[in-house]
Design a protein around this ligand. Sequence first.
Ligand code: CP
Ligand code: NVA
Length: 305
Amino acid sequence: MARHLLEIDDLTPPELWALIELCRVEPASLQRPLDGRGVGCVFLKPSARTRNSTEMAVVQLGGHPVYITDPEVGIDTRETAEDVARTLACYHSAICARVFDHGVLERMATVVDIPIINLLSDAAHPLQAIADVLTILDEFGVSAGPAPLDGRVVTYVGDANNVTRSLFLAAGMLGAEVRLATPPGYGFDDVDLDRIRAAGIEPAFGDRPDDVVPGSDVVYTDTWTSMGQEAERERRLRDFEGWTVDEALVTAAGERAIFMHCLPAHRGEEASDDALDGASSRIWTQAAHRLSAARGALAWLVREG
Ligand code: CP
Ligand code: NVA
């Protein structure tokens, strides 16, 4: 049966590490596992990094990406998600999809025997988390401890969202300590928290950034209003007032601390220009690693299937 990547904990920690090692291999050494094969790339939401990195990863692996938007396939309007997946599986060796409802990916994964890869849902963003781990490894190296990120502290400030969940799973499964500060009402729900704890990870929580930032290696934030939450934007702007991550906060983490953001950034909202563009920022390393992450994940999943 094909393996899927809907969320980081679809993998065991050793599998996650094997996949990450594959991301770090030069494309030429991967021997074009998608030679002459297609990958369907379904996007129900906009994307700059994910679309481009996924398509170029397929090209680097010898395959042909087909970009598909919802008006063409009409998931659950023109035909069911299951029938869309069955159709694409007639032509492609993998389906990559960016959807609103994570359940759509789960339904697709039950009916086809090719990998389904989550390119961002309301619940998770696993390829972003893999790119983030690659960025952290670039900066701090592989730990000499029992796990690759042993001793590292990854702190997220802002809205606990899809990016946060996948980041905490990936960093935590590889041994990092994870910490979270959110305004009241914007933390993980019980389902997400149970899932993170089920992976053996116990996050630390703070009511304010200052409670969790000192001693962190990474200070991470993302938008306060994710795609699909636009109707809540005004309320969220009010609730997050005073939660902008700036360079001073990153500096308060420690001398070697880095600032991370999955992008797109809303400059002046969740992050200031000085954090995004300052010496501690690694946002463009993260963006560049989206290609390595997509390539390694596709190569690993096609190999395992
Ligand atoms: N980080 C990320 O997923 O960016 P895009 O929405 O541009 O793909
Ligand atoms: N949390 C954001 C991430 C965008 C890459 C969203 O879901 O819109």
